[in-house]
Design a protein around this ligand. Sequence first.
Ligand code: ADP
Ligand code: ADP
Length: 231
Amino acid sequence: AEVLRLDGVTKSYGSGEVETEVLHGIDLVLEQGEFAALIGPSGSGKSTLLNLIGLLDRPKYGRLSIQGEEASQLEEAELTRLRGRAIGFVFQYHYLIAEFTALENVMMPMLVERGRPDAEMQKRAESLLEKVGLLQWKDSRATNISGGQQQRVAIARALAMNPALVLADEPTGNLDTHTADGVFELMREVNLSNRTTFLIVTHDPRLAARCDRIIELVDGRIVSDRPNTRT
Ligand code: ADP
Ligand code: ADP
């Protein structure tokens, strides 16, 4: 099944005389279960593209659909709902809430959505923490665990709503090589066990080489999009 489709998507910043187009006619389809890397030099438009796909910003031209829902047809509130239901975000910095425990951080997206009994949310958050190997840290404050553990909590939180698509922007950029490998492996396991689609922005060629597909952006255009047969 198609999780994501972009047809001729463009994006500009500024307006009038200073308007600059930074994405030019992007076509891209991601199917369920794909594990894709998005690479390209700094300033090539990776973050901008991720913001559009994450429904945090709207294209200027072109069409963008998530799970068959065409984003330009949706009002702000519907976009927010689609984002919450379909997309999980992992950033370079984890953005955990320092005053909250690991468990409370993972429960956050479920609390925002509401409508579930507390016990059920807690059980789901615990099972997610178990999946990322941190169940014994569930009552620790976010600031009292290591950087790699914090990023694992952030991944568990991204999975809270069982999204079809996880967007990860330099998810291991702050971590040492060994810890980065562990976090990367975790995403791979989730991808294989849940068929969750991943789109991972990375500057690390080692990690890109471990994805199934490598999409390369240069100056706002996809210049290469190839399966990676080495995995
Ligand atoms: P990265 O290369 O890691 O994506 P950048 O330094 O390019 O990070 O951008 C960091 C943030 O600053 C992004 O959210 C981006 O949208 C914003 N940004 C980048 N360039 C500009 C700019 N010329 N004017 C305003 N914001 C910008
Ligand atoms: P990357 O993530 O690949 O580093 P970005 O998407 O951050 O690239 O940036 C692509 C281009 O858009 C760059 O030229 C950047 O300066 C520009 N840009 C990014 N965000 C903004 C913004 N908020 N306002 C103006 N220009 C921006």
